[in-house]
Write a protein that binds this ligand. Structure first.
Ligand code: NAD
Length: 499
């Protein structure tokens, strides 16, 4: 019988009393790795009670002490880096190298959380009026919740709870039910680092458990990363219940290729950025816009993509892994069929890909679709598979206009050797994360992860300074100090009277 994944509440790992479980499956083999419980209402409440109680103590712990705990946590996660990456690869399907990157990007956020004393510094202005000073403190708010997707089961939980907890809050994490073993390992290491009980609580489930978190008045804010429809539901429900919500959702990321760019660099980067992680990255490049003469490079791009093949996580020859589940495979294959019906050209068709030994894997071959127009379903919807669409533009202006008209604004890039073209693109493009000769421009944690337009709902982004603002309140003090009234009666019993 498969192992049952525990809940982590109030510093204890224990089995849920629920009767509702879902299998956690290796997407390359369909082997059942574990069963994940859907937490009962009483267990959800227990997680909330634990987080509320812990907040009273944790918010008083000095910031340098909080930072020191995160230094310990960083060391532990780093020490277990490859072990976590192995768990991640098995349940998510991504290659070991991709899984290592997933864990590493999370470790970098923990490192950022270790800077919390300087990140939480307020501001001061002396003499805002005569003998009156103005200053502000940044204070934690209480219990936050995080709801995370399947595609980065280490990095995305680590975007959230280290920053929220370092700020002095407590946290309830509801990770994806499709690959919850990785976040549970992160919770075990959190426990091992010696954090007080109740700071981090991990519950499992789906809509019912998420709705508990969205509607309960004792939860101050919710961080969500996932698909568009669920992200809209989370944003609407959470804000309707008067919470802060940050909701990172879908994407359609374009790369502009200028004719003055380096052809082999462009082709290599496009293959990795579109098919890497089976296209299941919110920052994957899913559309390339060839400007002018660069359109002639399409046959070479096709040739390069045709050489990539998917495989199991531990196959060193595999360019990428399977997609997460059979339903995702069917959905992606359906998009490819629809593109053909709507008049696009299938230059490479990954439907029905048969792996030589893993016949049950959810594999899709690399897919290249040209002659795509903005009205086509395949362009309007997020595909989230190893599928690259191509479009043509006569000029950089036309390319920029195509991107700015798209509903999403998560990431984009330009390949060019012209500083002027790069500067124009950087300035005019209405997208949060911009790469110049970089295909997947994910910012490091001292910046913030900044989706725009249809890729994000809310007003403060993930990690970086904006996360500190999301997870805290600012208290502004305006103080009148009556210097003449200060009574000096000696250092031992000095009293200062404020009026
Ligand atoms: P998903 O929306 O299916 O699931 C995300 C989370 O929501 C999971 O924890 C899931 O259990 C929960 N959930 C699912 N259905 C729900 C419902 N009806 N009500 C409440 N909660 C529900 O997303 P996914 O398939 O796991 O992840 C892929 C999506 O995430 C893609 O759209 C991708 O673009 C997006 N994503 C966005 C970013 C970003 O930063 N913008 C980053 C990574 C992934």
């Amino acid at each position: 019988m498969a192992t049952k994944i525990p809940l982590y509440i109030n510093g204890e790992f224990f089995q849920s009393k629920t009767t509702e479980f879902k299998n956690v499956v290796n997407p390359a083999t369909q082997e059942v790795l574990a069963e994940v419980p859907f937490a009962t209402p009483a267990e959800m409440k227990a997680a909330l009670d634990a987080a509320k109680t812990a907040f009273k103590i944790w918010k008083e712990v000095p910031t340098p002490e909080r930072a020191r705990m995160f230094l310990k946590y960083q060391a532990l996660v780093k020490q277990h880096h490859d072990e976590i990456a192995t768990i991640l690869s098995k349940e998510n399907g991504k290659t070991f190298a991709d899984a290592q990157g997933d864990v590493w990007r999370g470790i970098e956020v923990i490192e950022h959380a270790c800077n919390i004393p300087s990140l939480m510094m307020g501001e001061t202005v002396e003499n805002v009026a005569r003998k009156i000073d103005g200053y502000s403190y940044i204070q934690p708010m209480g219990v936050f919740a995080g709801i995370t997707p399947f595609n980065f089961p280490a990095m995305i939980p680590l975007w959230m709870f280290p920053m929220a907890i370092a700020c002095g809050n407590t946290f309830i994490l509801k990770p994806s039910e499709q690959d919850p073993m990785t976040p549970m390992r992160l919770a075990e290491l959190f426990h091992e680092a010696g954090f007080p009980k109740g700071l981090l609580n991990v519950v499992h489930g789906g809509k019912e458990q998420v709705d508990f978190l969205l509607t309960n008045p004792d939860i101050k804010g919710v961080s969500f990363v996932g698909s568009v429809p669920v992200g809209q539901h989370v944003y609407r429900t959470g804000t309707e219940h008067l919470k802060r919500v940050q909701s990172f959702v879908g994407a359609k990321n374009h790369m502009i290729v200028m004719p003055d760019s380096n052809k082999s660099q462009v082709i290599n980067n496009l293959v990795g950025a579109s098919c890497g992680a089976a296209g299941q990255r919110c920052m994957a490049i899913s559309t390339v816009v060839f400007v002018g003469e660069s359109q002639k490079w399409l046959p070479e791009l096709r040739e390069a993509m045709s050489k990539v093949r998917p495989g199991a996580w531990d196959d060193p020859e595999a360019g990428y892994g399977p997609v997460i589940n059979p339903a995702a495979k069917a959905r992606i294959e359906n998009f490819i069929s629809t593109a053909e019906k709507e008049g696009a050209k299938l230059l490479l068709d990954g439907r029905g890909y048969k792996h030589p030994t893993l016949s049950k894997g959810n594999f899709i071959g690399p897919t290249l679709i040209s002659d795509v127009t903005p009205e086509m379903t395949v362009y309007k919807e997020e595909i989230f598979g190893p599928v690259l669409l191509t479009m043509n533009a006569a000029s950089l202006d036309e390319g920029i206009a195509i991107i700015n008209k798209n509903e999403f604004g998560n990431g984009t890039s330009i390949f060019t050797s012209s500083g002027a073209a790069a500067r124009k693109f950087q300035h005019e493009i209405e997208v949060g994360q911009v790469g110049i000769n970089i295909p997947i421009p994910v910012p490091l944690p001292f910046f913030s992860f900044t989706g725009w337009r249809g890729s994000f709902y809310g007003d403060q982004h993930a990690y970086g300074k904006q996360a500190v603002r999301f997870y805290t309140e600012t208290k502004t003090v305006t103080a009148r100090w009556f210097e003449d009234d200060i009574q000096h009666t000696g250092p031992a019993n000095m009293t200062i009277r404020l009026s």
